[in-house]
Design a protein around this ligand. Sequence first.
Ligand SMILES: NC(=O)C1=CN([C@@H]2O[C@H](COP(=O)(O)OP(=O)(O)OC[C@H]3O[C@@H](n4cnc5c(N)ncnc54)[C@H](O)[C@@H]3O)[C@@H](O)[C@H]2O)C=CC1
Ligand SMILES: O=C(O)C1=N[C@H](C(=O)O)C[C@H](O)C1
Length: 269
Amino acid sequence: MTNIIATTIVGASGRMGQMLVKAVADHPEMDLAGVVDRPGCDWIGRDVGVAMGGPELGLTVEEDPLPAFARSQAVIDFTTPEATVAHAALAAQARLVHVIGTTGLSDTDLEKLSAAARHATIIRAGNMSLGVNLLTMLTRKVAEALGPEFDIEIVESHHRHKVDAPSGTALMLGEAAADGRGISLAENSERGRDGITGARAPGAIGFAALRGGDIVGEHDVIFAGAGERIKLSHIATDRMLFARGALRAAIWGQNRKPGEYDMMDVLGL
Ligand SMILES: NC(=O)C1=CN([C@@H]2O[C@H](COP(=O)(O)OP(=O)(O)OC[C@H]3O[C@@H](n4cnc5c(N)ncnc54)[C@H](O)[C@@H]3O)[C@@H](O)[C@H]2O)C=CC1
Ligand SMILES: O=C(O)C1=N[C@H](C(=O)O)C[C@H](O)C1
């Protein structure tokens, strides 16, 4: 018999939240058990289907996550760093699978997530798509194969509303490149160049961020050598891609031991 997974979506009114509500409502192995958004959000108290401009889904948007978490097995969270850290503590109390897509988390936030992962099964990734996780694997391999005579630059483009830079995906790709080279990303990043910057530091991994319009998410990893360049690219054209990955993670996480996992674990890459 199929186990139907009771799932809460936090940040339901957001760009990703709406994708996730649709995806869970349509999924044969999932049941939409709760929809939550921040206090003051004008969706609070409304039926989530109607708030999204469609038919009733029979579920009201709540501001208190606790009751929703209490009736759930999984929570999917694409919100803000502050909200995600708060949700992680509650998900740990309720022993849930907590799927986190939120980016822009600080080192302190990550420490708090690690503490929560003693009791919750946390699956977190800066990008939940199969394509980007494959690109991450390839980036590690190419960085390892080419060596430091090739300069690595990561270029990302996103919609005008995105608040964090570099993107979570760009940082994931940067970590993979640094890993491939056997160096620390924190000690070898070049970010936000402007003015008389001086020449590129040998071995640095550079980041550039573009923001505009409705770009869903584009990432290039460029390996620039003498007389040749290799470019690995991923273009997302539909946010449902990320939602599908998040649902796959929530299902994969059921009955796993508490701890911290990522999409590489989920996808078996
Ligand atoms: N890992 C991945 O594959 C992807 C990650 N993201 C990340 O997901 C996050 C959200 O992205 P968007 O949906 O574009 O942003 P958004 O701004 O459209 O949505 C964020 C939602 O979180 C809600 N929220 C804020 N504080 C809250 C709280 N305390 N409790 C409950 N809800 C709260 C907001 O009201 C809003 O509905 C960003 O960090 C983004 O980078 C986005 C797409 C894919
Ligand atoms: O904010 C977004 O939109 C996205 N955020 C993620 C990131 O920071 O990499 C993933 C995706 O690129 C879309």
